[in-house]
Design a protein around this ligand. Structure first.
Ligand code: GAL
Length: 676
């Protein structure tokens, strides 16, 4: 074992002989001034508590796990929150329906409430046993009397007391791991994000609302939809086209279907003129009708997916060919993509390359499967960056080093509780997740889901399955038959929620600017902000959006839920009622329960649309008697010039009872109010 300190908070530990084609090889090695300047931490546990050995099948690493610590992370785990007592085999997969480690974006990284994190640098389907099983000799508590379980649930739910985390990677002879230490669990996550290259700052329109249109819609239908959206004042900033824009999908031709879309240039113009950005659906499987198919052949895997080539994105030649077509689309005015099905599914219909595939770069199918999403994301993002543009796109797969990727994850799954848990879990691992809303069983369910959606990293209505907007009919069959709701009540509620999202964009932009700079996740579990309050350690249905807003969605039909407010005073966003923290309260509301932290200066915008030209019209709400200063971030909203310092950070503070208002170009303050 060789231990090397890389940064004051990070050590690399070399164990055995590591493989070459790891995530660090492809994505790591980012220089970061902030990481260099962090305060020196001590190594988080005794060195001899870490051990490793080769076994017949692979390589085993063991790390300590105390009874008093909780583990979180492992990427986008939709089925569970606290990872103690779990054994998972991380595998990128679209059917993440069991708590086995299959996930759209599993990440071999976990964090502990003790203030450390472990990143395993592997692209293999790695197994994490988080104290799920106990070694025979290492336990001293055998004598503790146990009650005999008389129901199967209690038998299987019995608290597990393994005192180790075991990490097992098949077919290898070693691995490198990175150990992060911090003053708090939040600082550990920040270090991991900075180590990955820092968080992402979306273009301003990416923080508005996205509508994805009906899969088979043609140009006429999309243009009519756009007109309706404008006429009916539905505040969207992005419009998505589904597979139907391609002349062939699945796999993809990356060419417009000239029957359905006879004049794409006109469509792009119209969308832009309406103040929206266009987002195109795609898969990274290349159909033989794509112009670059023949050239791509020798830079692709030896197995197809949906009769398309699977580019080897580890090779510059493949990235160049694929990237060139992406670049051409960007040059016609496309603002974002939805990168679908790069997660694959091995055993349902076999629509993924098998683990035994070979890629010309030397990767096998297992490595390529786990790195595929990240590699395509990077290929696309680089095309935007070469044009000095930001994007805020969608993707269905990711792995480690995800923080700098301007992509938000989504799924075909649809459990509301899991969708909320996804927001929290993504925040431990440098990921962003969007719990999209599609069809619903009732108007109430539609609104409850939309409430969560507008308080998530990407606010999206995905209507790919229905010809009419779901606010005109939430039921999928009725919608398809054109049986629409009799009044506009649902649409009015929907509009109001989309506007509420827009109101929070200046606040969110500041939170993302901090993500970009300091690695602080803009959406995160309460345990990251209140690690010492054991009450929050298991809360997976409420979360922080930025530093000052606690969001507690109502998951089911009905109007009530219990909310735990951590230490400090909190204000109900809707009524202004003040609550003392460290207690559970019960709320009854048709709105989404939102609580503002004491001392917050909260900017709220009244803008109808969020575009590259937006100047925000703000109301400032000041909560509590001793407000902390807060910031508004201003730049050109869309380019990378902010990386060269072309960005203003304006301070808002209350001095001698008065709010100081700096001179700003893109923010106007029209009113202020105080809430005690
Ligand atoms: C799915 C995707 C959906 C939709 C659909 C179109 O894989 O998750 O959101 O895009 O494909 O065929």
């Amino acid at each position: 074992m060789e231990k090397i300190q890389c940064f004051p908070t990070i050590w690399k530990v070399k164990l055995g002989t590591a493989e070459r084609l790891t995530p660090h090889h492809f994505f790591g090695g980012q220089e970061n001034e902030r990481l260099k300047n962090m305060a020196q931490q001590t190594f988080p546990f005794a060195e001899d508590a870490l051990s490793a050995k080769s076994t017949l099948q692979g390589f085993l690493i063991t790390l300590p796990l105390g009874e008093d610590e909780k583990l979180y992370g492992l990427g986008l785990q939709l089925q569970s929150f606290v990872q103690n007592g779990k054994r998972k085999r991380l595998r990128t997969n679209a059917d993440a329906t069991n708590d086995t480690g299959d996930a759209h974006a599993p990440v071999p990284f976990y964090v502990s409430t003790k203030g450390y994190g472990i990143l395993v640098d592997t692209s293999r389907c790695v197994e994490f046993d988080c104290g799920a099983t106990r070694r025979v000799y290492s336990e001293s508590n055998e004598s503790k009397e146990k009650e005999i379980a008389i129901r199967t649930e209690s038998l299987y739910n019995e608290e597990k007391r393994g005192s180790q985390v075991s990490i097992f990677i098949r077919g290898v002879e070693g691995a490198e791991i990175y150990i992060f230490a911090g003053e708090s669990i939040k600082q550990v996550v920040e270090s991991y994000n900075l180590f990955s290259g820092g968080g992402v700052l979306p273009p301003i329109w990416g923080l508005g609302n996205l509508y994805r249109s009906y899969g088979p819609a043609d140009q006429g239908q999309v243009e009519r939809l756009l007109e309706d959206i404008q006429k009916e004042e539905m505040p969207f900033s992005m419009l998505g086209l589904e597979p139907g824009w391609h002349s062939h999908a699945y796999s993809c031709s990356f060419k417009w279907d000239s029957n359905r879309f006879p004049d794409p240039e006109r469509l792009v113009r119209k969308v832009k003129r309406a103040g929206l950005e266009l987002n195109l659906w795609e898969q990274a499987y290349v159909h033989k009708t794509a112009d670059f198919y023949e050239e791509l052949r020798s830079y692709s895997a030896d197995y197809e997916v949906w009769e398309g080539l699977v580019p080897d994105f580890a090779l510059p030649e493949a990235r160049k060919l694929y990237g060139k077509r992406q670049g051409e689309l960007i040059d016609t005015g496309i603002g974002a993509v939805k990168l679908d099905e790069c997660d694959g599914s091995d055993f349902t219909g076999g629509w993924f390359f098998p683990d035994f595939s070979q890629f010309p770069s030397g990767m096998d199918g297992e490595q390529a499967k786990n790195l595929f999403g990240a590699m395509v994301q990077r290929t696309i993002q680089q095309q935007f960056e070469q044009r000095n543009l930001r994007t805020y796109s969608q993707v269905r797969a990711g792995w480690s080093y995800g923080a700098p990727m301007s992509f938000v994850l989504y799924s075909d799954l649809y459990d509301h509780g899991q969708f909320v848990r996804g927001i929290l879990n993504a925040g431990f691992s440098g990921l962003l997740w969007s719990p999209e809303v599609r069809q619903s069983g009732s108007g109430e369910e539609f609104i409850r889901r939309l409430q969560t959606v507008v308080f998530s990293p990407l606010s999206i209505i995905n209507a790919w399955m229905v010809p009419n907007p779901p606010w005109k009919q939430y039921d999928i069959d009725h919608n398809a038959q054109g049986i629409l709701l009799e009044n506009n009540a649902l649409q009015d509620q929907c509009r109001e929620l989309l506007q509420l999202r827009n109101a929070f964009v200046p606040y969110l932009y500041e939170a993302y600017a901090r993500y970009e700079r300091y690695g602080t996740p803009p959406f995160r579990a309460l345990v990251l902000d209140y690690p010492d309050d054991s009450q929050v350690h298991t809360i997976d249905d409420a979360y922080m959006m930025g530093d000052n807003l606690l969001v507690a969605p109502i998951l089911n039909e009905g109007t009530g839920r219990s909310v735990y407010l951590p230490d400090g005073d909190w204000y109900d966003f809707w009524s202004g009622t003040r609550y003392i923290g460290k207690q559970h309260i019960v709320v009854e509301t048709t709105r989404i329960p939102l609580f503002v932290r004491e001392g917050t200066i909260l900017p709220l915008a009244s803008n109808q649309s969020i575009t590259k030209d937006t100047i925000f019209d703000l109301e400032i709400r000041i909560y509590g008697r001793e407000p902390r200063k807060t910031y508004l971030i201003e730049d050109d909203w869309i380019s990378l010039n902010y990386k060269n310092g072309e960005q203003n950070r304006y301070e808002l503070a209350v001095v001698d009872g008065e709010l100081n208002i700096p001179r700003m170009e893109r923010y106007l303050i029209h009113s202020q109010s105080r809430i005690y």
